[in-house]
Design a protein around this ligand. Structure first.
Ligand code: 4NP
Length: 155
């Protein structure tokens, strides 16, 4: 059975599609499945934001085929690891959990870089392209650590 990892943000068009593409690129696809979802449902079925597609492409990743999906309580059973982008996502996801086995699967992604500090990946949606560069860098650094840990644990 592959290990399944879910990246979660609010809209599932800016941050979590990038996190999905970046982490997937650092893991062997035969052992790990990485996908993403949003706590909001506005963008279900939509492609990622063009600015996320562009910054990914600049870094040689193609995320253009991803489609937005909505986080549901069934995802706790489906996934082994759930990474959220900010404290608001964390609260919204935990509110749907049934027990500590489920809530323990949920981590703030930047706690991989800054343990226990609960730093948010800022939402770049209303900002400039520069915000996407910054988000990409943060996610790339966090995903390098996550990939190393997952490979060490599961391979
Ligand atoms: P994301 O950014 O959570 O990083 O995908 C957002 C995208 C869209 C909206 C909010 C956040 N929205 O309200 O439509």
């Amino acid at each position: 059975m592959p290990i399944k990892i879910l990246m979660v943000c609010l809209g599932n068009i800016c941050r979590s599609p990038l996190a999905e593409g970046i982490l997937a690129s650092k893991l062997p696809a035969n052992t790990f499945i990485v996908t993403s979802a949003g706590t909001g449902s506005w963008h279900v079925g939509h492609s990622p934001d063009k600015r996320s597609i562009d910054i990914a492409k600049k870094n040689k990743l193609d995320i253009s085929n991803q489609k937005g999906r909505h986080f549901t309580k069934n995802d706790f059973a489906e996934f082994d690891y759930i990474y959220v982008m900010d404290q608001s996502n964390y609260k919204d996801v935990l509110a749907l959990s049934h027990n500590t086995e489920e809530s323990n699967k949920v981590q703030m992604i930047l706690n991989e870089l800054f343990p226990n500090e609960n730093v948010d990946v800022p939402d770049p949606y209303y900002g400039s392209a520069n915000g996407f560069e910054m988000v990409y860098k943060m996610l790339d650094d966090a995903c390098t650590i996550i990939a190393n840990k997952l490979i060490e644990k599961h391979i």
